[in-house]
Design a protein around this ligand. Structure first.
Ligand SMILES: *Cc1c(COP(=O)(O)O)cnc(C)c1O
Length: 876
């Protein structure tokens, strides 16, 4: 018989062990070994049965065992000590407080929006890298003391669990989650009633979401849940699952996350007495609607006009893009956006809506202004990334290479500017060391530092101490971790075969499958085409030779989920499974179903080599290789994402890319051949070349070098510090200046900026550079000869000090294109007849060879982050 509904009843803890409750619901336990050990000590067997989940453990443990522990003085002392450590962690000043004490203007609050958060496997609120990154962002923000509030959705069934059918096809199963069984509390008001976040969706009905709060160390993570009695039936399923539905489902989720998310923050900060966030960070464009709700607040509650409100919102919004391909961007039909944002006259009918009218969903905002944020080439599409860029004064990609690719991809929003001038920067992703480093490495770190405080991990000097460690010891750690992995692989392989219909009697071979002494390669990731799961199968015989080599064998562990709607991806998985099922090789290669954080952790710990072969440059950053490197794994990868930036010739291997080739088949052939070649000629010899103690010294030196050079770089703490210094703090400063009163008028600065922007947008098409004179150059110019340029400009009503006029000088190519030119500000030197303005500068010629110049006019206002921000430019 199946239950209609399930829920979890928590045990009643004896008074003297009451702190266990607090320890179980703050997810800090997931990266704090002493807390995990404490829970394991309650009952080691139940701890395994509960998959290392403290809330589940407390639900399973018997009252008599708890009473027994309550009588145990040493256990009580331990509980109190761990609880005191948590309290200290939650309250003591951290890096952020230090910076603030040094007088820096930092935001008093930061809101971080993401559609997924991979914090711990007990909260399956993620599908892949984007979610894990968001989880690592929160944990590092907690460690550094950032006043960050995170916002996402509570999915009733999280992401799917993957299993395989007998013939290797992916099967999805959506276990339903029970909030009472998770480390969550409900946001309630003073009377203890659940707070409801209202969202009135034109044409769909009333949604009233509850807010679950997960506590991630110091960081509250607010998760909106549409499945409440107060929500109309048809809308209760909005948060049913992650990436589960069609576009209509998706836009409802994004409206709830963005608009409902802001409303949830307002309720939360009011109840908790916390400062309002000043900076809003969109982790990908999905939560972009948050900017619209903030404009609405400022318009309807604050009495500002739309443009002034937009100036305030832009100044304090940060947008991070994560995809290097246009196909990866969320785009909705314009009609769908019109339908949901609605107008009074349109009713529920998108066609009848008058776009100049106010939106029904966001009163005070004209529908056409909303639609303009998402405008792109295709007039039928509403582009969420474009909206992100238009609502945020600051934007970034997630690795150096991805920043560059993004500047190209979004160049159309800054027409008239060269690609490298597009104001999108980059911050390379990072990973949370306490979550992803094996305990063995953490222990070694403590010994080397002589302290439990691993706060100095971002200092390169700290990692130099590895120099003192004996190669044999490093190798011993690596070998231990590999052995742990092999145990886990065998257990998973057995479970998978049983699920696929095998009987125990057929599975005797698994006990001897995989070998703790064989070079172990990992390849685990989601299965979109660009990651090329099956590149290794390009030449199956060659792969088989490598696996079965007598002297230098390799073993391969493959894992990854395909999007449920992607049959192409499932077919790739099936190819790998069919290859790996064969008797000849099944002890050396396996596809393990249900890649998640718990499997990932052991893979990163134990794999000697981490393989990554995306189609360059389609991997925006990639983080699994960082987690491997943090454990002394060596990357063998196409130079894409982070690896393009930090590969140094000795910390792993570069698979040469054939990314210039248009012929994809040939490209795959070449890159696969290079992969096999590297494995046979470089990777395996180093691994199997041993000294008299059985230690592969050349290999171990690469491990040591990897830890030393990549250790301090791949950290999420480095990433969060970068965001704080380059984005959050500047955004807070922009906000302060933008909301200042001018002559007693509230928001005077923002009004001034909005007025400036309106005038600039009107004037720009009329601005003309009518004349450029050059003089001063000798007949035969030499490098360094001085060039004087004077431009006559018709400013179409703009003032001479409201614009920047620049001379652009540099080498020219065959078609007179300026190549990496330098720009020189021209000074306003007077007014010519007819009111035209004169600008001039004298500059030395910067390069030899064919040189050219031009002049351009840009907007200039002290509240713009840069002169190119508005995307307006006039060229001579
Ligand atoms: C780190 C991680 C990812 C992301 O890895 P990529 O290198 O970006 O593919 C995906 N899933 C899990 C479970 C992870 O831990």
């Amino acid at each position: 018989m199946k239950a209609l509904r399930r829920f979890t009843v928590r045990a009643h803890l004896p008074e003297r062990l009451a702190a266990l409750e607090r320890l179980s619901v703050n997810l800090r336990w997931s990266w704090d070994a002493p807390t995990q050990e404490l829970f394991a000590a309650i009952d080691p067997e139940l701890w395994t049965q509960a998959h290392g989940d403290p809330v589940a453990l407390l639900g399973l443990v018997s009252p008599s065992r708890l009473d027994e522990l309550a009588e145990d003085q040493s256990f009580r002392d331990r509980v109190n000590q761990v609880a005191a450590d948590l309290d200290d962690y939650l309250s003591r000043p951290m890096w952020y407080q230090q910076r603030g004490a040094d007088g820096e203007v930092l935001p008093t609050g930061i809101a971080y929006f993401s559609m997924e958060f991979g914090v711990a496997e007990v909260l399956p609120n993620y599908s892949g890298g984007l979610g894990i990154l968001a989880g690592d962002h929160l944990k590092s923000a907690s460690d550094l003391g950032l006043p960050l509030i995170a916002v996402g959705l509570y999915y009733r069934s999280g992401y799917f669990r993957q299993s395989l059918t007998a013939d290797g096809w992916q099967h999805e199963n959506y276990p339903s989650l029970d909030p009472q069984g998770l480390p969550l509390r409900l946001l309630t008001d003073a009377e203890g009633r659940p707070v409801l976040v209202p969202l009135s969706l034109p044409g769909a009905g009333e949604l009233n979401a509850r807010v679950w709060i997960a506590q991630v160390g110091r960081i509250p993570l607010l998760l909106l849940d549409s499945d409440t009695p107060e929500t109309e039936h048809d809308l209760r399923g909005v948060t049913d699952r992650l990436y589960g539905g069609d576009q209509d489902h998706r836009i409802r989720q994004e409206i709830l996350a963005g608009i409902g998310g802001i409303r949830a923050i307002r309720a939360f900060t009011a109840i908790e007495g916390l400062p309002e966030p000043q900076v809003f960070h969109m982790n990908e464009g999905h939560a972009g609607f948050l900017g619209l709700e903030r404009i609405r607040e400022l318009v309807t509650d604050g009495g500002l006009d739309f443009d002034t409100a937009l100036a305030v919102v832009r100044s304090s919004t940060v947008f991070t893009t994560h995809t290097p391909v246009p196909a990866g961007i969320d785009r909705f039909p314009v009609d769908m956006v019109t339908h949901y944002f609605g107008t009074a006259s349109g009713g529920d009918d998108a066609d009848a809506a008058d776009p100049a009218e106010e939106s029904r969903l966001l009163p005070g905002l004209p529908l056409d202004r909303i639609l303009a944020f998402g405008a792109e080439d295709d007039p039928t599409k509403f582009n969420m990334a474009h909206m992100g860029l238009r609502l945020a004064q600051r934007a970034n990609g997630v690795s150096l290479l991805h920043g560059q690719v993004s500047r190209g991809m979004f160049n159309e929003l800054w027409q008239g500017f060269d690609e490298d001038e597009v104001p999108i920067g980059s911050i390379t992703n990072g990973v949370h060391a306490p979550t992803w480093a094996a305990p063995q490495w953490v222990e070694l770190g403590r010994e080397l530092l002589g302290s439990d405080d691993l706060g100095s991990l971002s200092e390169p000097d700290t990692w130099q101490r590895l120099q003192q460690v004996d190669p044999g010891h490093l190798w011993w750690i690596r070998s231990q971790l590999r052995a742990l992995l092999i145990d886990d692989v065998r257990a998973r392989l057995r479970r998978s075969w049983l699920e696929r219909g095998a009987s125990e009697a057929e599975l005797g071979w698994i006990a001897g499958a995989f070998d703790p002494d064989v070079l172990t390669i990992g390849f685990a990731r989601r299965v979109p085409t660009y990651k090329r799961l099956t590149l290794m199968l390009r030449d199956p015989e060659r792969l088989e030779q490598l696996l079965l080599d007598d002297a230098r064998p390799v073993q391969l562990i493959v894992a990854g989920k395909s999007h449920p709607a992607d049959d192409g991806g499932k077919a790739l998985i099936q190819q790998v499974v069919r290859f790996a099922d064969r008797h000849e090789v099944r002890h050396r290669i396996a596809f393990l179903p249900d890649y998640d954080m718990s499997m990932a952790r052991l893979l990163y710990w134990g794999c000697d080599v981490w393989l990554n072969n995306p189609l360059r440059p389609l991997e925006a950053c990639g983080t699994s290789g960082m987690k491997s490197a943090l454990n002394g794994g060596l990357n063998l990868s196409i130079r894409d994402g982070w690896w393009d930036e930090w590969y140094d010739g000795e910390n792993g291997w570069e698979i040469p890319t054939a990314d210039g080739l248009a012929d994809e088949t040939r490209r795959d052939d070449l890159e696969a051949a290079a992969l096999y070649g590297l494995l046979a000629n470089s990777v395996t010899p180093k691994f199997y070349d041993r000294d008299e103690h059985g230690v592969p010294t050349r290999w171990v030196e690469m491990v040591r070098h990897t830890l030393q050079v990549l250790g301090p770089k791949v950290l999420a703490s480095r990433m969060v510090r970068d965001y704080t210094e380059k984005y959050y703090a500047p955004a807070a400063r922009s906000l302060h200046r933008t909301i200042e009163a001018l002559d007693g008028v509230p928001f005077g600065a923002a009004r001034d900026l909005a007025d400036y922007r309106r005038r600039a947008e009107q004037a720009w098409p009329g601005i003309r550079i009518t004349d450029v004179d050059s003089y001063g150059l000798p007949d035969t110019p030499l490098l360094g000869s001085e060039l004087t340029l004077t431009a006559t400009v018709d400013l179409a009503g703009m003032g001479a000090h409201e614009v920047a006029v620049e001379a652009v000088v540099g080498r020219v190519d065959a078609t007179d294109g300026l190549v990496e030119p330098s720009t020189v500000q021209m000074e306003h030197v007077g007014t010519a007849d007819g009111g035209r303005e004169l600008f001039s500068t004298t500059t030395p010629l910067p390069v030899a060879g064919p040189v050219g110049y031009t002049v351009r006019v840009l907007p200039h206002h002290p509240l713009l982050a840069a002169d190119d921000e508005l995307g307006l430019v006039t060229l001579a």
